[in-house]
Design a protein around this ligand. Structure first.
Ligand code: 5GP
Ligand code: MN
Length: 314
């Protein structure tokens, strides 16, 4: 990535953005890159653009300065992180479009190439792991390392998903050496749930259905239910993992309403089903064992469309 350093050196104003409904890897990678540039390249102006982030991530360096509204500012360089396609950064499309140079760094198998330079490693557990490959390790500060570690923790489900490799663990180990508070990051950003989040999880479990001899677990929450618990879509994080880890389940599907309309469909599989292929059939994307899409149908229609595609593979 000689281009990476050259492009930063040539740019004065740099924007960084990631995908809609930012998760731990998206937030971690954007903030890690910001910190790395500020630490190692003098007099750069770096702005991070993301939709509002969960309060559990606010302790990360630079989190409170994230811009959540698009501006008309023009940038010399724009980084697009953890995004597999253009529809994933729509709120900030103008920032990306108007930048002189766009660099995409990602780990989604469905990424067909974005921007002027694109680095995609589908074997990397997280975009934060791809950044570990690109950054000079001796130039990573504790603050930057904490952001990188957060991203890896979230996209690997705390080092337990099948995307966790020897390289993932080696990078995570090196980040620990930088002074990362791993217990705080794992407990407070991954496992800790608010009371509302627990209520919503309980409702989702009550709403769930098992099919295909218990190999598929489907659940959904309605807009009315989210309203009843005064929950936002961010409060549904983690529900899909509870479905997936149910004994006998190979593939889990969780569906919730988006405030902008339509339903978000999240899919996870354990060993057999390629959920990225299914998501792509519905204009979504992701990874083999974790993928998603947005559908504009009723909950029952979504069930009827998605379940047969999983059964075909089973
Ligand atoms: P999640 O279910 O956690 O929202 O997403 C799982 C994975 O699939 C993530 O890596 C996410 O980036 C990807 N993904 C989720 N929804 C979409 C979508 O609508 N389009 C694309 N291209 N990828 C998605
Ligand atoms: Mn990711």
């Amino acid at each position: 990535m000689k281009d990476f350093a050259n492009q930063i050196l040539q740019a004065a104003a740099i924007a960084i953005t990631g995908h809609i409904h930012p998760d731990g890897d998206c937030i971690g990678s954007c903030l890690a890159l910001r910190r790395y540039i500020l630490d190692n390249y003098s007099s750069k102006q770096v702005d991070v653009y993301l939709e509002p982030i969960g309060s559990e991530f606010l302790f990360l360096d630079g989190a409170s300065g994230i811009l959540s509204e698009c501006t008309e500012k023009k940038y010399d360089l724009c980084f697009v992180l953890d995004c597999s396609s253009e529809d994933r950064f729509t709120p900030f499309a103008d920032i990306v479009k108007c930048a002189k140079t766009v660099i995409c760094i990602d780990h989604h198998i469905s990424n067909q190439g974005l921007g002027d330079f694109c680095k995609v490693d589908a074997k990397a557990s997280a975009t934060c792991e791809v950044l570990c490959q690109i950054f000079s390790f001796d130039k990573i500060s504790t603050a930057c390392a904490s952001c990188l570690y957060t991203g890896i923790v979230h996209d690997t489900g705390v080092f337990k998903h099948s995307n966790t490799t020897k390289a993932t663990m080696m990078y995570a180990g090196s980040l620990l050496e930088k002074g990362v508070d791993n217990a705080k990051i794992i407990d407070e950003t991954f496992y800790q749930k608010s009371y509302v989040q627990n209520l919503v999880l309980g409702q989702a479990l009550l709403n769930s259905r098992l099919t295909a001899n218990g190999q598929i677990m489907f659940s959904s929450l309605s807009a009315e239910e989210l309203e009843q618990y005064e929950a936002s879509s961010a409060d549904t994080n983690g529900i899909i993992d509870q479905l997936r880890s149910t004994k006998g389940v190979e593939t889990a599907v969780f569906v919730y309403p988006l405030k902008e309309g339509g339903y978000k469909v999240s899919m996870r599989s354990n060993n057999k089903v390629d959920v990225a292929v299914i998501a792509q059939k519905f204009q979504g994307g992701g990874h083999i064992r974790a993928a998603g899409c947005t559908l504009y149908h009723t909950l029952e229609e979504i069930y009827q469309k998605i379940i047969p595609k999983i059964e075909e593979q089973l």
